[in-house]
Every structure is written in C-alpha cells, then in structure tokens.
Design a protein. Structure first.
Length: 227
C-alpha cells in the first residue's frame, strides 16, 4: 500500500516531446508493483523494461546464499532495463519491488526499437544509467564506511525521494536485509532516529516526520547523490 503519493509520472518518459509521449505510453501496459515481486534475476534475459510512476525497485546481489544486498534503487526518476541501451541483453542484478507502486511496462524488443528511432530517449536513458552507476558506486562505499544510523537515514530519504512517499511499509527485517546488517543494528538505529523525533515507526511501517533533520542525520552519500 502506498500513502502520501505526490504525483505519478516517470521522469524518463517526461523527457519525450509532447507529440511522442502519448504514443510511447500507448506502447506500454500499466502494471501494479507488489512488494516482494521479483522482476528479474542476474543473467536473466530482459524480456521487458519498467518505468515506475510510483513505488521503488531494489537492485541487489546475493553472495553465499545470503539475502540480496541492495546496491541501487529505482523510482520514478528512472527505469529498470536501462542497460539495454548499452547492448546488454541480460540483467546485471536482481530486481525486486521494495515499495509497492505502479509502472509502465514495455517489451524489451519494442524498447530497443524506440531507442533506435528516438535520440532524445536514448540520451535520457544514457544519462539515467550514469546516475544509477553513481548511486551504486556510492552505496558500495557507504556499506563499508558509514555507521548504520547514518546509512539508514540516507536510505529512508532516498526511498522517500524516489517513491514520493513519506510512509514506508517495510519491516525491520527488510531494512536489515537491504542494508546488509543485523536486525539488532536496525532496531537500535530506528529507535535512535525515533527518539530524535525524525521518524515514527510502528509495526511494518516507518513514517518520516522531519525530512530536513533526517537529512542532517544522514551520511554524506545522500547529499552527493541528489546533487
């Protein structure tokens, strides 16, 4: 379930011309993104691309049969399947719906045809792919350098920004798996942010109360990724 949605548009599709946008959308199907849905696995052929208009898709890699460690997040700012623009026909990482929402879905073959005929779309996808690579690089460093509380604050802010929601329907176990830490560490970090009046946690839900102060509590990675 999604609360506090502000708007439901995809940024990449918005870069198309006024004339091309309606035609592009008619080539897509609208689908619900249910929390926990696995959209692709590593090395799996990409059969479709997803343009979220709400919700958040998590990109992760699993090592030694552990829960996938989240390295990137996709929201309405981008798309799943952007690597097709680089000639990569298989998924580089596992993609799972972290926050429920809605997406426009297009067959991969149709998307590749659009890329060949729409230079504006190709530029937008390449620009997004660069931003996503930057996010993945920062996240990988963040996992090894910053404290859990600062990482959690950064994660909550990014999820809020990408999903355009202030209330996140996630358990502490899901947060622990995403950040690659023990559940006890997440429990302590959530409790600390709650005591500071930055978030309001309840069973299976976290509501952001003070975006500005939460930003101050986040690690430097958040500011680097939004600039």
């Amino acid at each position: 379930m999604i609360e506090d949605s502000e708007q439901e548009r995809n940024a990449i599709i918005e870069t198309l011309s006024y004339k091309d946008t309606p035609r592009f959308e008619t080539l897509c199907d609208t689908t619900a993104l249910s929390q926990g849905d696995i959209l692709c696995e590593p090395d799996q052929e990409l059969e479709a691309v997803y343009f979220p208009v709400s919700g958040v898709i998590s990109l992760g890699i699993s090592v030694d049969k552990q829960p996938p460690l989240e390295l990137g997040m996709i929201g309405r700012d981008g798309m799943l399947g952007a690597t097709l623009s680089l000639g990569m026909l298989t998924a580089p990482m596992r993609a799972v719906v972290q926050v429920a929402g809605t997406a426009l879905v297009m067959p991969a073959s149709q998307f590749q045809q659009e890329l060949r005929t729409k230079s504006r779309l190709l530029r937008a996808v390449h620009n997004y792919q660069l931003r996503l690579m930057k996010q993945i690089e920062h996240t990988a460093v963040c996992l090894n350098v910053h404290q859990i509380e600062a990482r959690l604050a950064r994660w909550l802010l990014m999820t809020r920004d990408l999903g355009l929601i202030a209330t996140l329907h996630l358990t502490q176990k899901q947060l622990a798996d995403a950040l690659g830490v023990r559940r006890s560490g997440i429990t302590h970090a959530v409790g600390s942010l709650h005591q500071q009046g930055l978030i309001s946690p309840s069973r299976g839900r976290i509501r952001i109360l003070d975006h500005a102060r939460l930003e101050s509590a986040a690690c430097d990675c958040y500011a680097a990724l939004i600039n």
